[in-house]
Ligand binder design. Structure first.
Ligand SMILES: NC(=O)c1ccc[n+]([C@@H]2O[C@H](COP(=O)([O-])OP(=O)(O)OC[C@H]3O[C@@H](n4cnc5c(N)ncnc54)[C@H](OP(=O)(O)O)[C@@H]3O)[C@@H](O)[C@H]2O)c1
Length: 271
């Protein structure tokens, strides 16, 4: 178990959805949060909410995770201002929705660039500082990192790769007291589906699933923060998510059919 009071945490992708909820949840637990994303206005709105609700200061840094230099600046500014870095949460991410043959190559690359390389650059920059504190590296992955989802080629591929990266980091520092959490939300209410890239690379603008029946970003954040406190290795969220991971191991051909059926039920399905 680790206490969060007085710790310093960086959250990428904190301008929306799960990252925003994580920033609020960690701040409420007494952690100094450094919130990063590209949309400065959304970050400043979050900082204003933290101030009015909790009377605390949120440190905001504008950064694009696909730029190695932005990740290095994010970590350097955090350590310079707060003197330490205990928890680094690689949460920034995006998705796409198109069959592989239809998807624009540039979009496929973009999704991988954000979800995998963006996480790798940030984790690599943060590691020496987090290791020095015996702290936590958290990758916000997905059920799609355990079970390929049709219509999400680059998304699933990038999350499988992220899971591998987190396993490598955990094992490289096994004897050094570093905690590495692979956090895999199931379907969670956020802006990710509205911003999902379509086959031609444009954003759809609307969710293609019923957001109302999903876990909320706040509930998801509570689970992730608890897993950080408990220094858990893996967190797989939602009953549907756990079933998908479990069934895929035990009876993969049945999992193929059920996953296909589930994705067929989306609005305007692509499979
Ligand atoms: N929602 C779900 O159903 C679900 C399920 C499983 C896993 N996840 C994972 O949860 C994480 C958060 O997603 P979400 O659902 O909360 O989506 P979201 O509401 O769309 O938020 C995505 C966040 O990522 C940031 N981001 C995107 N591209 C970026 C870039 N190049 N540089 C820096 N930040 C960038 C966005 O900020 P800016 O645009 O301001 O940069 C935003 O803050 C992702 O890794 C996603 O794969 C989500």
């Amino acid at each position: 178990m680790q206490q969060l009071e007085g710790k310093v945490a960086v959250v990428t992708g904190a301008s929306s959805g799960i990252g925003r909820a994580l920033a609020l949840e960690l701040t409420a637990a007494g952690t100094q949060v450094v919130a990063a994303a590209r949309n400065r206005d959304e970050l400043l709105a979050l900082a204003a909410e933290v101030k009015s609700r909790m009377g605390r200061d949120l440190h905001v840094i504008t950064a694009d995770v696909t730029r190695p230099e932005d990740n290095e600046r994010l970590v350097a500014e955090t350590v310079q201002r707060h003197g330490r870095l205990d928890i680094f949460i690689a949460n920034a991410g995006m998705t796409m929705r198109a069959r592989l043959v239809d998807a624009d190559l540039e979009s496929l690359r973009r999704v991988f660039e954000v979800n995998f390389w963006g996480a790798l650059y940030g984790i690599r920059a943060a590691l020496p500082h987090v290791v020095a504190q015996g702290g936590s590296i958290v990758g916000v992955s997905s059920i799609a990192g355990y079970r390929g989802l049709p219509g999400r080629a680059a998304y699933s591929g990038s999350k499988f790769a992220l899971n591998g990266l987190l396993e490598v980091v955990r094992t490289e520092y096994l004897a050094r007291g570093l905690h590495v959490l692979t956090a895999c939300p199931g379907f969670t209410q956020s802006n990710i589906r509205k911003r999902a890239l379509k086959a031609d690379g444009s954003a759809g603008g609307e969710s293609f699933r019923n957001e109302g029946e999903m876990m909320t970003a706040e509930q998801c954040a509570v689970h992730i923060v608890r897993a950080i406190v408990q220094r858990r290795r893996t967190l797989i969220l939602t009953r549907q998510g756990r079933l998908a991971v479990w069934l895929n191991k035990l009876w993969p051909s049945l999992a193929d059919r059920l996953v296909w059926q589930t994705m067929r039920r989306e609005d305007d399905p692509v499979v």
